[in-house]
Design a protein around this ligand. Structure first.
Ligand code: MCN
Ligand code: SMO
Length: 804
């Protein structure tokens, strides 16, 4: 990867933005990640690393069929107390996640199946023993009797009816349908150019290095059920356990130790977690379950699986006059707590226009229940799909009107002069210069020269192509968005507790959870920016409900904006106190003091902020009575001025070579332009973007969770479910622009998901550009050799058919 910065002040070793930042550690500095030291030395502490006397390990008996009536579960003789079924834990509430939309249908998911099973891998019984191997042997000896029902596997077909719906009381298979229309009919009647396409984004499994993991035990002294959980949302999980087990929240403590990747998979309540917590609560001793790879690939929750039919109406230059979309989401068996089955559908309907002015807009969404694992949020949530559908449509339109795709993009992008811009579904884009981002990518690729190269290659029988994709990434969307969606929880103010230690170090306590995003470093950089305490002396405390303020947690690329905002506010409040105390110590007025690089500078002397903190704690006799009883500890909160989301954005460009004989796609060049407002740590921003890109590359070319017609998973090992590895990652050139958000501290926006959004769109557009001379288009992920070869074969057949 090479990096080119578009702003002069970014770069290794350069100082932060204000005079308070110590050189190289403030906002904008490429500080090395503090957390990497323990991770690269193998000293991280994951749930699997914990040990505890008397620990029982748990294995699950899982459904071997996709759909059926569960008639009986037989416990092995003499081992009954070690095998738990739903009846044993009757007091535990089923998961009934919902939004308030009147037409939304609620699914009931039992922590262990009861009455029916609805996907292969659904937990039926929990078996415990001193070792996992013994627990698995026990699970093998449990008998189950299931009357199989026809499996509902095809979401598109299931929209119009099925033999036996999963949730029979519904009468159909639809969690939710929505529809919005700003007047498409009029445009449809008159538009000179009409382009219609179908797209499909495959079902994926997110595959964090560490699967789900939970260890729960009873702490007699604290009177608490202590749950070590690999999660992104410790505080919300405490609420989940309390609500479902019927325990008061103060009796539960959730600790997220090191978490080996979340990607959305760990921001929902999984049924197995309820079982482990219930076992520890009722037995008052420790239990653990760690998901293994096969469990993850077969019965873990999935993501994506979108189907689109998109019609673009335009004038002859390709200026959009209207956009009409039918969006179907295969949501799997159950609605997950708390985000529900409808997150993908509602976000897709609300954001399909992306960075474009589309004119009239109609979107109808269908969220369908099928006999597959539930759909959960995954890096990019919905936007990877809508970016794919929108950007491939723009390219199809460009081909139709005979213009360069980049030119048609520029024609339709929301101009910077219209910011803040309200899209047709009422989403407010806070700031951005989308055309500049596209122009940078176009310039980097060198489109006119590429067209010459392409023509020369074609003359030699080689197929190469270029593709662009613009994206927007709604980040840190808060109260207004969640309340409007009617979700069971609504994020409001984010809090941070910041306190000096008696020796002048700093602790930042935040309720969000860092599991690879580098927050232990970047939050410290924000505090350093304001107070000047060296980053090495700033500890970020997170992932423990007993030690941190409440937070809905880490998802929606919200943490640096929200928790960073709260840290900033708390540090500013502390700075004010320091100045007041300092004025006394330096015998001057507060307005004569300046805080710079960690020192309070007065007219006739100066003192370090760390020293002031030490004086407050250890030699208070030096201070006048009543000086700041609140002391060197502040809890402050933050909410963006407009909290419908801070919109990061950017452009990806791919140059590919297509091997029409073997169906292979080779990425020759890849350029990323990204803008996440003010960057706290450009090195981490690049790491986040590159990591997201790897996952987007997986979506584009490799990953697909496949099932047979009966609902049996066909990709239950990593030999069948392909993930990109280091060898598949191309060289990427990354450029940054920085358009601050007007609504946040320092103008920060989020970046955690952006890299994963446009890669499938950019790569498919490049492939379609390469295949243009053959009149072949591809539109289904992943672009495996099989898929590419069959598209080529169909193209040849249609050419032959057309000629006859
Ligand atoms: N950052 C920055 N300047 C900005 C924005 C971000 O320096 N203007 C840096 C900060 O170091 C920050 C990090 O980027 O800690 C990510 O910030 P943010 O965009 O706020 O995202 P979150 O911390 O809320 O993380 C969640 C986001 C999501 S939603 C998914 S999914 C995802 C992602 O982060 N999962 C991840 N990135 C991941 N990275 C890793 N390694 N593992 C995951 O599970
Ligand atoms: S999928 Mo990210 O946890 O919002």
């Amino acid at each position: 990867m090479t990096n080119t910065s578009d702003r002069a002040e970014t770069g290794p070793g350069l100082a932060g933005m204000s005079e308070n930042g110590q050189a190289g550690e403030g906002i904008g500095a490429r500080v090395l990640r503090k957390e990497d030291v323990r991770h690269v030395h193998g000293r991280g502490q994951f749930v699997g690393d914990l040990s505890m006397p008397g620990l029982s390990e748990v294995a699950f008996v899982r459904s071997p069929v996709a759909h059926g009536r569960l008639l009986a579960v037989g416990k092995p003789l003499g081992q009954e107390r070690r095998v738990i079924v739903r009846e044993d834990m009757a007091s535990v509430k089923a998961i009934r996640s919902r939004i308030t939309a009147p037409t939304f249908k609620v699914s009931e998911q039992n922590p262990l199946a009861h009455g029916k099973v609805r996907f292969v891998g659904e937990p039926i019984a929990a078996c415990f023993a001193p070792t996992r191997a013994a627990a698995e042997d026990l699970a093998e000896s449990v008998t189950i009797d299931i009357e199989e029902l026809p499996a509902v596997m095809d979401a598109m077909a299931a929209r119009t009816g099925v033999a036996v719906p999963l949730h029979e009381e519904w009468g159909d298979s639809l969690f939710l349908t929505t529809s919005a229309d700003t007047g498409i009919e009029e445009v449809a009647r008159t538009a000179p150019v009409v382009v219609t396409r179908d797209y499909r984004l495959s079902r994926q499994v997110m595959n964090p290095l560490e699967g789900k993991a939970i260890l729960a035990h009873w702490d007699e002294r604290a009177g608490q059920l202590v749950i070590y959980l690999s999660t992104q949302i410790p505080h919300m999980m405490r609420t989940a356990f309390a609500e479902h087990l019927g325990i008061e929240q103060e009796k539960i403590r959730v600790i997220a130790p090191d978490v080996g990747g979340g990607f959305g998979y760990k921001c929902v309540l999984h049924p197995e977690e309820l079982c482990i917590a219930w076992l520890a609560w009722t037995r008052k001793r420790p239990f653990r379950w760690i998901e293994d790879r096969r469990e993850h690939l077969v019965g873990g929750a999935n993501c994506r699986e979108h189907y689109y039919r998109v019609t673009a109406y335009a004038d002859r230059r390709g200026k959009l006059l209207g956009l009409d979309a039918e969006i179907t989401i295969d949501a799997g068996a159950y609605s997950v707590w708390p985000f529900t089955a409808c997150l993908e559908g509602t976000m897709a309907g609300g954001h399909l226009p992306g960075p474009y002015v589309v004119g009239a807009y109609r979107a109808r969404t269908f969220t369908v229940a099928t006999n597959k694992p539930s759909i959960v949020p995954y890096r990019g949530v919905a936007r990877t799909g809508i970016c794919f559908a929108m950007e491939l449509t723009i390219d199809a339109l460009a081909r139709e009107v005979g213009r360069e795709p980049a030119d048609v993009r520029r024609e339709n992008l929301v101009p910077a002069s219209l910011m803040p811009y309200t899209n047709p579904t009422g989403k407010v884009y806070d700031s951005g210069d989308y055309a500049r981002s596209l122009d940078l990518a176009v310039e980097r690729i060198g489109v006119p020269a590429f067209r010459e190269r392409q023509a020369a290659a074609r003359a030699e029988g080689r197929l190469i192509g270029v593709g662009f994709a613009n994206y927007i990434e709604m980040t840190a969307h808060g109260m207004m968005m969640f309340a409007a969606a009617g979700l069971p929880f609504v994020p409001g103010y984010e809090q941070a507790l910041v306190r000096f230690t008696p020796d002048g170090g700093l602790e930042l306590r935040v309720g969000v959870q860092s599991h690879g995003q580098g927050m232990e470093t970047s939050l410290a950089q924000i505090a350093h920016e304001i107070l000047g305490v060296p980053v090495a002396r700033i500890a970020v405390v997170h992932g423990d409900t007993a030690m941190t303020p409440y937070s809905t947690g880490t998802y929606a690329s919200r943490s640096i904006t929200m928790a960073g905002g709260a840290v900033s506010r708390a540090c500013k409040a502390l700075a004010e106190r320091l100045v007041q105390i300092g004025a006394h110590l330096l015998q001057c007025r507060t307005d004569q003091i300046r805080l710079s690089a960690g020192r309070l500078l007065g007219p006739s002397g100066d003192i370090g902020v760390m020293e002031v903190a030490t004086i407050w704690y250890l030699t208070p006799q030096l201070l006048p009575p009543g000086v700041h009883p609140g002391g060197m500890e502040v809890t402050e909160s933050f909410r963006p001025k407009v909290d419908t989301g801070q919109y990061s954005y950017g452009t990806h460009a791919a140059v590919v070579a297509v091997d029409a004989e073997f169906g292979r796609v080779e990425i020759l060049d890849y350029v990323i332009v990204e803008d996440c407002g003010t960057m706290v740590n450009p090195m981490i921003v690049e790491g986040q973007t590159y990591g997201g890109f790897a996952q987007g590359l997986g979506t584009a070319l490799f990953e697909e969770a496949r099932y047979d017609a009966g609902g049996q998973p066909l990709t239950s090992t990593l030999a069948d479910y392909l993930l990109p590895g280091a060898a598949e990652m191309p060289r990427v050139e990354m450029l940054h622009t920085e358009t601050p958000s007007p609504n946040t501290e320092f103008g920060i926006k989020g970046v955690g998901e952006g890299g994963a959004i446009p890669p499938p769109a950019a790569i498919f557009n490049a492939v379609n550009d390469a295949l243009r001379s053959l009149s072949v288009e591809v539109s289904e992920t992943p672009l495996s050799p099989r898929r590419l070869l069959s598209a080529l074969a169909a193209g040849r057949a249609s050419v032959i058919g057309g000629a006859s």
